[in-house]
Each structure stands twice: as C-alpha cells, then as structure tokens.
Design a protein around this ligand. Sequence first.
Ligand SMILES: Nc1ncnc2c1ncn2[C@@H]1O[C@H](COP(=O)(O)OP(=O)(O)OP(=O)(O)O)[C@@H](O)[C@H]1O
Ligand SMILES: Nc1nc2c(c(=O)[nH]1)N=C(CO)CN2
Length: 163
Amino acid sequence: MNEVYLSLGSNLGDRKAQLQEAVRLLQTNPSISNIKMSSIYETAPVGYLDQHAFLNLVIRLETSLSPLELLDICQEIEQALHRERLVRWGPRTVDLDVLLYGQEQLATERLTIPHPRMYERAFVLVPLQELMPSLILPEDLEMQEVHVWKTYINVNTFLRDAN
Ligand SMILES: Nc1ncnc2c1ncn2[C@@H]1O[C@H](COP(=O)(O)OP(=O)(O)OP(=O)(O)O)[C@@H](O)[C@H]1O
Ligand SMILES: Nc1nc2c(c(=O)[nH]1)N=C(CO)CN2
C-alpha cells in the first residue's frame, strides 16, 4: 500500500458539494482506502486573483494504484465534475492535485511528484500540516488569507453534511 496526499480545491458553484462528490468518488474506488481529511479552509485565490475564494483541503489515503493511475482517477473526477481549463490557475469546480506519493520522486511530462508548487502554497501546506504535524512551514508563507472554514470528525461526517 502506498500513502498518498492529495490537495483538493473548488471555487465555482456549490464548492462544498463538489468537494464532497470528489471525496465520495475517491472513497468508492476499490483501490483506495483509509481516507483521512484535514479541515476545510477558505482561501484567497493565488496566481490568478480575479476570481472567487476557494475552499481547500488535503486528504491522505492508501492505494495500490500507481502514481499515473491515481492521476487518471483524479482527472476523471475533475471531468465528472465538469472542470474546464479556460485560464491558467483560473476558476474551477474542482481541482485534485497529487502532492506526495510515498517517498516517490517523479518528473515526467504528465506528473511531477512532489507537486512542484506545493511548498509555496499556504492553501496546501496549512491543511497538509494537520495531517503531518512534523511538517515545518516556511517562515515567509503568506498565511493571513487562509482560514478554517469547517472541521469534520471524519470523511463520513463530511459526506453526510447536507448544508
Ligand atoms: N503532481 C501533480 N498533480 C496533478 N497534476 C499534475 C501533477 N504534476 C503534473 N501535473 C500535470 O499538470 C497538468 C495541469 O494540471 P492542472 O490543470 O490541475 O493545473 P492547475 O491546478 O491549474 O495548476 P497547478 O499545477 O499550479 O496546481 C495536468 O494535466 C497534469 O498532467
Ligand atoms: N486559494 C487557492 N488559489 C489557487 C488554487 C487553490 O486551490 N486555492 N489553485 C490554483 C491552481 O492549482 C491556483 N490558485
């Protein structure tokens, strides 16, 4: 089994419902187990600023899928939730990025692990630190626009939460 960390984000439409659907689709995959989630954070947009605030979280899971198989699953979920790529770093119904896959280091055209921009992103590192308390945040990280939006006891509570 491989331990994997994914970053999830949404800033278009019903942000929480889309994150719930993405997590539900991951949970129903027979090759994925033991999903743990961080709190959900509301975060100011980074990179492309003229867009709505995001909801972001990080999840840890175990999987027998290879890194590329997992990327395929993430991209299928983005497609199922009607993700469109119109602007780089622009608005999205849902975005799933592979942050870490065990101790794996990869730099291919389709997939780079660890995710190349994760160490500069408070919207990734702050939720990641909840699941990985030994993580030391960079001193110059822009923290002020990253706020806990909601904390769930576990994934099932999150998936049952209607509003
Ligand atoms: N670790 C990774 N996780 C997800 N996608 C990756 C990763 N490494 C490379 N990619 C590639 O990046 C491409 C663009 O991904 P995407 O459209 O989600 O980027 P983005 O979320 O807008 O920006 P960013 O990559 O800065 O988060 C994907 O098609 C995928 O092949
Ligand atoms: N706050 C926030 N900003 C972003 C996000 C995101 O998930 N949250 N994703 C991006 C591209 O991956 C670009 N900018």
